[in-house]
Design a protein around this ligand. Structure first.
Ligand code: CP
Ligand code: NVA
Length: 317
């Protein structure tokens, strides 16, 4: 996790760039422990007296509820702040908002459009800042995904993962998370919709250290062949609604995850999707509601992975 320039002791989680393989391993181990404790009624109030502020520029189901419930389960509190209801909407700067909120809160989570906004928030806040999704990255989703893969496959290093569709925020961070944990990943995306170039370069270089092969192709069959995990996301991310017709024409039907794609993967391959999903677009109902799908476990794991992140950032592991 990134240590801020403004405060020597605080750490932020803005993307998977900031986490080392060792950080990821520690978060996943703590997440599993907290999950077991919660499920067996032995949860500890590790964040009693702590308050998380949650700024949302975009809608959310999983991120909002899992962060809020996570804080309650850890004995703390959470405050929901719609960006349209706070003074940011009337032009108060992110800098001033960050400084003000740091006086009330112990941690800030923000879901934003422009990744620079959450970076600015982190620079000017004296408390840890977590990216709850920006147009470029979604680290909390990837930690939940890795936890789910580990639970299902009993390992991470040595697995093969395929991504089909948009090289979006989830794909960017998944490439980094896969590379850092030794999972080989091939993203199959149409031309013009590939993941960020610097992310691909960073993932390839991380992969060299862990033995993970990282590749980008336009051919879904190349990515899916022999995969242990097939993952996708909406073709139309929040904010891209105006591009719906163009995107549908480019992505469909070639990049849809359907039974034919799943047949190219290993027999025991799992299907993952961060949700929300559009059945009949990026995935067929047969796949997402079928036996290989792990999407509900993946959604639940948002809670457990984020509780680990919250504890670590607020130094209560
Ligand atoms: N996967 C995810 O981040 O879901 P929400 O948009 O519902 O938070
Ligand atoms: N790529 C999607 C992820 C939603 C959780 C979006 O940005 O809308």
């Amino acid at each position: 996790m990134k240590t801020s320039k403004t405060s020597s002791s605080k750490r932020d989680l803005l993307s998977m760039h900031e986490l080392s393989g060792r950080d990821i391993d520690a978060i996943l181990k703590l997440a599993s422990k907290l999950k077991q404790e919660q499920k067996s009624g032995r949860a500890r109030p590790l964040l009693r007296g702590k308050t998380l502020g949650m700024i949302f520029q975009k809608p959310s189901t999983r991120t909002r509820v899992s962060f809020e419930v996570g804080m309650y389960q850890l004995g703390g509190d959470a405050v929901y702040l719609s960006a349209s209801d706070i003074q940011i909407a009337r032009g108060e700067t992110i800098e001033d908002t960050a400084k003000t909120l740091s006086g009330y809160l112990d941690c800030i989570m923000a879901r934003v459009y422009d990744h620079a906004d959450v970076q600015k928030l982190a620079t000017h806040a004296s408390v840890p800042v977590i990216n709850g999704l920006s147009d470029a990255y979604h680290p909390c989703q990837i930690l939940a995904d890795l936890l789910t893969i580990k639970e299902r496959k009993k390992k991470l290093a040595g697995l093969k993962m395929a991504w089909l569709g948009d090289g979006d925020n989830v794909c960017n961070d998944l490439l980094l998370g896969a590379a850092k944990t030794g999972i080989s990943m091939t993203a199959a995306c149409p031309a013009g919709y590939e993941p960020l170039e610097d992310v691909v370069m960073a993932a390839k270089s991380e992969g060299k250290k862990t033995g993970a092969d990282i590749a980008v192709t336009s051919d879904p069959a190349v990515a899916a062949k022999g995969a242990d995990v097939i993952a996708t996301d909406t073709f139309i991310s929040i904010g891209k609604e105006g591009e719906q017709a163009t995107r549908e024409a480019i992505f469909m039907p070639r990049y849809q995850v359907n039974a034919g794609v799943m047949r190219l993967a290993k027999k025991d391959a799992i299907f993952m999707h961060c949700l929300p999903a559009k059945r009949g677009q990026e995935v067929t109902a047969e796949v997402i509601d079928g036996p290989q799908s792990v999407v509900w476990q993946e959604a639940e794991n948002r809670l457990h992975a984020q509780k680990a992140v919250l504890c670590m950032l607020m130094k209560k592991a």
